[in-house]
Design a binder for this molecule. Structure first.
Ligand SMILES: C[S@@+](CC[C@H](N)C(=O)[O-])C[C@H]1O[C@@H](n2cnc3c(N)ncnc32)[C@H](O)[C@@H]1O
Length: 221
């Protein structure tokens, strides 16, 4: 599996998966996309003082890092679960320029995110607990109940099985009523599948380069 670092338009790095011919983030800006799709449209929109979150595809750890920083800044107590089937190699993780861009507070946090062992819930900072799960999401039995899902799988074109009804049925069953899922895709087939398993949907403006993205929620009753 060949994966290489590339620079996106806002100066932040992404990883390019050479076999799939797909990047982990938008070429218009990895950091900009993460902030828009997951932080602004998910975490800050949800706006609760305490929550349990599942990220689908830990990858570089960029969403995790941004969430950890917000947790400390806004005093949001977060239990963060991140699933990853194919962890990135250390040579890539240590070369990513996120701490350089985000400043000194992010440096220790980013290191800890990648240094903690897999499979254990670890306290990363006062407000941020993290459990990294090295497993195939499709085989994972989700035991926790989540308030927020960052659905950041590869696109439906390259990984259709991640976006199918069976997978979303499993995800919605693992959510608390009133919970939210955000994703960068607003494809018609994704919208239909999410609606078919019981999500209510909102199409909202996407990050640069994308007209729309999706926020889906599980009605409170
Ligand atoms: C679009 S990338 C996003 C990564 C990450 N959120 C980031 O900001 O770097 C998708 C991620 O999902 C992971 N992945 C692919 N198939 C998976 C599976 N079946 N279960 C869990 N993770 C998977 C990939 O290895 C990759 O890290």
């Amino acid at each position: 599996m060949k994966r290489l670092i590339k620079k996106t338009n806002d100066g932040s790095h992404t990883v390019f998966h050479d076999d799939l011919k797909e990047s982990f983030h938008s070429s218009f800006g990895a950091l900009t996309e993460s902030k828009h799709v997951f932080i602004q449209s998910g975490l800050l929109y949800f706006n609760k003082p305490e929550l349990t979150l599942l990220e689908i595809g830990l990858g570089t750890g960029l969403n995790t890092l941004l969430t950890g920083l917000e947790a400390e800044k806004k005093f949001i107590k977060i239990n963060y679960y991140a699933v990853e089937k194919y962890p990135l190699e250390d040579s890539i993780l240590t070369a990513l320029n996120y701490p350089e861009i985000l400043g000194p507070d992010s440096e220790q946090l980013f290191k800890k995110i990648h240094e903690i062992p897999w499979g254990e819930i670890c306290q990363i900072s006062d407000y941020f607990n993290l459990k990294k799960m090295k497993i195939d999401l499709l085989k994972l039995n989700l035991k926790e109940r989540f308030d927020l899902i960052y659905f950041d799988a590869f696109s439906p074109e390259v990984q259709p099985e991640m976006w199918d009804k069976t997978n979303f049925q499993k995800i919605i069953k693992a959510m608390n009523p009133g919970g939210i899922l955000t994703t960068y895709s607003s494809k018609g087939s994704v919208r239909r599948t999410l609606a078919a398993v019981g999500f209510k949907l909102e199409r909202i403006p996407g990050p640069p380069g994308k007209r729309e993205m999706l926020r889906a929620w599980l009605p409170a009753n």
